[in-house]
Design a protein around this ligand. Sequence first.
Ligand SMILES: Nc1ncnc2c1ncn2[C@@H]1O[C@H](COP(=O)(O)OP(=O)(O)OP(=O)(O)O)[C@@H](O)[C@H]1O
Length: 550
Amino acid sequence: MMALVAGMTAALAWLLDPAIDEIFVNKDPTALWVVPLAVVAVALVKSVADYIQSVQMAYVGQRIVADTQLRLFDRFMRADLAWIHDIHSGRLMSAFLYDAGLLSEAVSKGVVGILRDAVSVVMLVGVMYYQNWQLALVASVGFPVATLVMRRMGRKTRKVSTKAQAETGTLSSLLTERFDGTRLIKAYGRETDELATVSASVERRLGHLMRGVRTKAATVPINDAIGAIAIAAAILYGGSQAQTTDMSFGAFTSFLAAMIMAYQPLRSLAALNNVWQEGLAAAERVFAMQDVEPRVTDAPGARDIAFDKGEIRFDDVRFAYNDGTPALKGVSFTVPAGKTVALVGPSGGGKSTTVNLIPRFYDPGAGRILIDGTDIREATLASLRRAMALVAQEATLFDDTIAANIAYGRPGATPAEVEAAARAAAAHDFIAGLPQGYGTVVGESGVKLSGGQRQRICIARAFLRDAPILLLDEATSALDTESERAIQATLRGLMKGRTTLVIAHRLSTIVDADCIHVVEGGRIAESGSHDELIAKGGLYARLYAQAEAE
Ligand SMILES: Nc1ncnc2c1ncn2[C@@H]1O[C@H](COP(=O)(O)OP(=O)(O)OP(=O)(O)O)[C@@H](O)[C@H]1O
């Protein structure tokens, strides 16, 4: 298709020769009809080919965007938590939306356009050489200069585009955080300051983009100037030749037309080179993200293990986050099957870290974690995580129906099963009271529900998951005492018969636990039942007394 478009473009230029020589010089009456008809026919074929090519080009480009986005999303979903936390969400978003778009431009306009224009130029230059090779040689002096200009401009575009992308990442992070924190911003009256912060980033981005625009805008006029000089040289040389030799008027006009027509694709080649450079820079960034291999993966020879009892054993587990500061310095404890063990202790002691190691969100630096006597690294990630339900502090909901949110951990659950889980979580009554019942859409992150209602839906989700291990991360910390008591009752139902590891700040909620470990400074400082620990009069007793006083 590309060759057809280019061929037709060259054919139009070539047609000028017979047109002028036969019609105007020889006054041939047949040519008067044939040549215009040929022009129309050639133009028609070119138009149709142009249309098909445009659609094809756009499809190729958009397909690449879509495929890149899907590959990136798949990568992000499988990436390590540590990687996701290290990289700002804005960078992920801008790779997803901005870089993928640049890539598509580069392919749809860049690759295809560059090929098409290059073919056009070669064909038109062919016409020039065919008509008069000496003249063509004179006219070609502009090419090397134009190429040099293109290369310089391309490099500049690439540099500026990388800066603009970095700023796009910063801006999307800023925006996401500001939108999430609207309540905070309003409460502290910081709207004007936030506008200043965002506007600084928007202006910086505009600056980078404008530098790119100026480079791109300068490319074409510079090449035009070079082109004008080359055309002038051709006219000068051609004109002087015409005066001394027998070069026909038609041949010279055809030559000049080919030359002028060759400048159009040459101009766009220069512009396309910039698009291409931007695309290359975007491709580098996208591929760098795609190439990050997750470290938490199925070990070679990992098996699908059906953990049924769920006994959890930590065996001298040590762990440090990426920055190197140790978060766990040798933790050993056991959660017997079906029992409840609580982790308490001062903030930053390492409770959440301990819990995060069980589903292998991170892998320990040293030591082992065993479930039912098997090292969790011997199981596939899927089978390991199937054995547990997580009720986290944040009460994460997606903007979907209540039914879909409850069934998140068990897709394909029947409406009756969803309802049974909701009843067990004491959520059925409030859900039934909503106008759309289980079909109610909860809003972004569940904004349309109260904190307690969100928490109940998360508990219902865990009920439906029906896994032998239950990880509770301060599940009730966001609630008032009354809702907390109500939720505690439903949680007790959920914990029954399951191996439960619970993190709680409110010590009153874990008095019944079979065993309590006090985690401090990455170590277990004390262990025992509530009564034992109170009797001991150590850290737990002090924390408990403090909590009571509040
Ligand atoms: N993603 C992270 N990257 C680096 N360091 C971290 C990260 N998460 C936690 N830490 C550090 O690890 C230590 C243990 O944190 P952890 O969240 O496990 O404590 P915690 O006992 O759960 O605290 P809290 O009760 O306040 O939630 C802290 O010193 C914390 O600063």
